[in-house]
Design a protein around this ligand. Sequence first.
Ligand code: 16G
Ligand code: ZN
Length: 541
Amino acid sequence: MLDTKTLETLYETHCKSGFTYAYGTAGFRYKADVLDTVMFTTGVLAGLRSIYLEGRTVGVMITASHNPPEDNGVKIVDPKGEMLEQSWESYATDLANSATQSFTAFLAYLQNLVSELGLDTDALGSLAVARDSRESGPRLLHALLNGSRVLPNIRITDYGLLTTPQLHFLTSKRNELPNDTAIDRFFYYKEFLSAWDDITALCGIQSLPYKLEIDAANGIGAPRVKEMLSTHKFFDGVFRVVNDDWETPASLNHLCGADYVKTNQRLPYGIQANNDCQRICCSFDGDADRIVFYFCDSEGQFRLLDGDKMATLFAKFFQDILSSANLQERLSLGVVQTAYANGSSTHYIERVLGIPVTCTPTGVKHLHHEAINYDIGVYFEANGHGTVVFSKKFDEVVNSGLSNKHQSDSSLQSLEVLSKFANLINQTVGDAISDMMGVLAVLSILKWTPQKWNQEYTDLPNKLVKVLVPDRTVFKTTNAERQLLSPLGLQPKINALVAEYHQARSFVRASGTEDAVRVYAEASTREEADSLASRVSQVVE
Ligand code: 16G
Ligand code: ZN
């Protein structure tokens, strides 16, 4: 039974009226000062989710990723480390919006939900919570914890400051491993570093072929990646973390980070332009679930290696290694992208490598769900969010290969590398640290320079424009966001414009994180891409 008196007291402490929330692409994300109510209700809902799942640990992450420092947000992580099941997103939204009406409305919605789902509010549950480095984090955490305390038997593990993917990973391990295993961020470091050691030993890699510069966006990724790499001899003296001032909240994502570098196609503050071909650079976003790489070519020109380049690198690597393990017929390999993937990357994967590509709507949950249909599913958004997922069949086939005494030495080695690679990748969600290790391992194994990686294909010039419209909800799309259904008559106009350009493509979609519509255009030259983007924007306005 809910103790309605306590509930009301806590409600009065944290909840305010007059705001409407929506669980968006990556949870609730707003200016931090309007988030107290939804933090409180999300605490309640996450507890209910754990009770619904018979006490399995559910994660809650307080972050607003690459958004400005004054924003914050919250998302719920399901027991396998994946995003909250979609049907519960509307419970989360409706519960929050009932709380912005009145205590009576909130209590009625909550009681109704509990009875509809047949939940016992006194049952055992477990939550794992963490937050990024934002100033508002402690206050919002307090509201969230008070929400979950409305349910008397929820055990809460507060991990303090973590990257988003660390929380996803630890949540999944809490549900997978025996209760007495110490599962904290040091467990995370140990898992990934021991996979790294196994792979480098198997492949005879004794040192990193380049110096590594990491722009940590002045976010929580900075202390976490330092903590991980500085304990390990392999990385001694070969890496440098810049934009590591995570304790100055106002500097978060300011002139740096993956989003800044990808959007502006330029170096972040703190990384110097030079043509040192022995150097590779990368940028994390504020909660370290995205990464983009880059280097400066022999003319000192900035060259971006974004999510599309990572998808193609991993796709090529796994294709080669599956074939040297003689598994190309038994295990399927596929790549999942969104409409933002550069047309050249899709062409390269499908036509040059001959690997199937699927396109899904924007947002990690969509890509992830599609990728698990392959035995090795590589998924990346162009903005650098992505990972690789391996199926159960992958584990079975690789393990049975490893126990087969009649393998040639080279297939055995490939099987071992495949098996260890699955441990180097954070399969729950895109992870800047784990993706970084994965990319460095592949480049070291293939003996590729960043230049060679970049030369595999050349991006088509492209442009992304944000257009402010009176009501973005009228922009409805189909075909993985590549075509507009409404407003009626707009898609034929876009088609007619696209037809005037070479190798051109353009699409329009409503943003899931901002009150705006985004226009993407690509074409064979910079002038054409810019012109197409601006003409499509005009017909959208
Ligand atoms: C969210 C998504 C990101 C996506 C972006 C699109 C997750 C964890 N994050 O940040 O993957 O690229 O939204 O933003 O799913 P937009 O809808 O404003 O273009
Ligand atoms: Zn992020």
